[in-house]
Design a protein around this ligand. Sequence first.
Ligand SMILES: [Zn+2]
Ligand SMILES: [Zn+2]
Length: 269
Amino acid sequence: MRMIICPLASGSSGNCTLVTFGRTQILVDAGISATKMTNALKELGLSPCDLSGILITHEHIDHIRGIYVFSRKYGIPIYANMGTWTGILKRDADIPEQLRFAFETGMDFYIGNVNVMPFAIPHDANDPVGYRLRCGELSAAVATDIGHINDAWLSQLSGVRGLVLEANHDIDMVRNGPYPYYLKQRILSRRGHLCNEDCGRALIRLVNEGTQAVFLGHLSGENNTPDLARDTVTGILRAAGIEPGRDLFLSVARRDQISDMVVLDEAML
Ligand SMILES: [Zn+2]
Ligand SMILES: [Zn+2]
């Protein structure tokens, strides 16, 4: 079996990651318009009708923008916990009830043959989660919108083969940048976003525990650049004896277009 991870959009303007295990195709978040998601899938030779489900991390608009139209038009099941559902339905209640699936954070479930584990992350939303997906020896995770490193979420990522991990901002760029004070406080708070340095630190542990492919995701448009995120994380990994390109595949997820694609084959492991 093959696993594919491909971010279709990443950042505060919209997040959406495609993860497939064989024929089971899953989106984690649907924060771009239904048209953009359809076009992105088409570019990859896929159709929205083939999706097995959409997993929602939390109710912020950059993670749910497209689900309303997408669910009505294509009848795709949507999975979220009750806190997130409350936020989703407050914005627009017009999602067919038979497509709404609720889980409990920390309780795993299955979409087809894929085991899904939603785990808690520190972020300023109702009940935000990251996801670990597993099928046989293959596993992937998406973890963005994370205020700080803690062992609870980091241990959930242990041994995961492929990963989208947040590298949101450079702390100095936030401090010296144009954002109003309250917004700076929000980004830097323990329930805000993960900075480049913390992302690098988390990755030292994860690569040592078996992670082979990493996308840096949810980059800020104002307080980060793809080069800065990559260079900062690369520097931290190198200092720990880990060489991107040799010891892991490292890529920065693109904001408004399809990113690189990671393909892992169970037979190669
Ligand atoms: Zn977000
Ligand atoms: Zn958020």
